[in-house]
Design a protein around this ligand. Structure first.
Ligand code: EPU
Length: 336
């Protein structure tokens, strides 16, 4: 177990925000976890994975655990599927690329999502018509109160839109160690998201493959989402809100171009549209602001501090509520 003191977490969060961790403990094996929790060490103040969905607005006193559990292996297979287990500390996109190279189908639509494998089930990451729940088999987590490892199957995780039991009742109580995916031997391509069809056509793809879908998704993401290595960000900062049909119809009278999609009996509204229409797209204040090509993404141009970005998100929430009577929810985990 490697321990360091007074470490700036700037390289460890995709927003690129400075935050001093008093004590940073690198967890590289399950034994490290057991050792940490069975010692008299204080409960960690923060558990960090890839830091891709987090807004740090202050320093972190006490201990920060950095989960770096490695390894990708096929643990089982049947006639139709490979069961592939990945350590929580593997980089998500590297896992996707390995799946594509190995012919394990199902995660290609989830290409280029920042963060680590362990964070993926936390908020049931999703993009271009696929969510983690669609390829999820099980995960192993360490329950800090019981000091034991437990396996969670699909039904145990309560996956919803950017939601899971790990964000709710098990918040700060379970540390995800590994995730096992159920990946197809024969792909069933999901090109239902309009932008993928268009991109495949633009690329001149006639022979569909998981690699081609991945390449299309990568091209789409690069065209509208900022690369965290260049401009700090945490992907969509807000969730797309779900409102009643009646509410949507009344908004449509005032804003005929509003974008919404059916979601069961309700309508899921494109928060990016709401924010853009409120005049915020591309707004920049000093070193932070709202991305020029995707209004759902808040960005750090270099020297911003997390509290300023938080205050900007408050302003957006209040303005959106005034205009549309919709209260946006943050998708990003706020450490404040
Ligand atoms: N739109 C605008 N202005 C904007 C952004 C979007 O008008 O600035 C409208 C457009 O009409 C566009 C529609 O919103 O057609 C949908 O936009 P997009 O396809 O970019 O998807 P999104 O709803 O903005 C969601 C996810 C993304 C995911 C994409 C693709 C959420 C909160 N975000 O974004 O996930 O990549 O769909 O599936 O659900 C993330 O969670 O971090 C993330 C990037």
């Amino acid at each position: 177990m490697r321990i360091a003191e007074n470490i700036d977490l700037k390289p460890f969060n995709t927003f690129g925000l400075s935050s001093i961790a008093e004590r940073l403990v690198h967890i590289t094996s399950q034994d490290d976890l057991v050792e940490y929790f069975e010692s008299a060490a204080p409960y960690p103040s923060l558990v960090l994975g890839g830091g891709s969905n987090m807004l740090l607005t202050r320093d972190i006193p006490g201990t920060t655990l950095k989960i770096e559990l490695p390894g990708i292996e096929v643990v089982d297979e049947d006639a139709t599927h490979y069961y592939v287990r990945s350590g929580a500390g593997e980089v998500w996109h590297a896992f996707v690329l390995k799946a594509i190279e190995s012919g394990w189908a199902g995660v290609e639509n989830l290409s280029l999502i920042p963060g680590n494998v362990g964070a993926a089930p936390m908020q049931n990451i999703g993009a271009y018509g696929v969510e983690i729940k669609d390829v999820f088999h099980s995960l192993e987590a360490y329950l800090t109160a019981d000091k034991s490892f437990e396996t969670f199957y699909l039904k145990d995780c309560n996956f919803g839109y950017r939601e899971s039991v790990f964000k709710r009742t098990l918040k700060n109580r379970a540390i995800i160690c590994s995730v096992t995916f159920k990946l197809k031997k024969t792909p069933s391509f999901n090109t239902s998201y309009g932008a993928i069809e268009q991109e495949l056509e633009r690329m001149g793809v006639t022979d569909l493959s998981i690699k081609a879908i991945s390449d299309a998704v990568i091209a789409i993401r690069r065209s509208k989402l900022p690369n965290p290595k260049e401009i700090g960000n945490a992907g969509s900062f807000f969730k797309n809100p779900v409102i009643t049909k009646g509410h949507f119809e009344s908004l449509k009278k005032r804003y005929p171009n509003i974008v919404g999609y059916p979601a069961a009996d309700d309508v899921k509204v494109a928060a990016g549209w709401l924010i853009e229409n409120a005049g915020y797209k591309g707004k920049r204040v000093g070193d932070y602001g709202i991305h020029t090509r995707q209004a759902l993404v808040l960005v750090n141009y270099g020297g911003a501090n997390g509290e300023d970005i938080y205050q900007l998100s408050e302003e957006v929430i209040n303005r959106v509520e005034e205009m549309y009577d919709i209260r946006l929810e943050r998708e990003v985990n706020i450490i404040r």
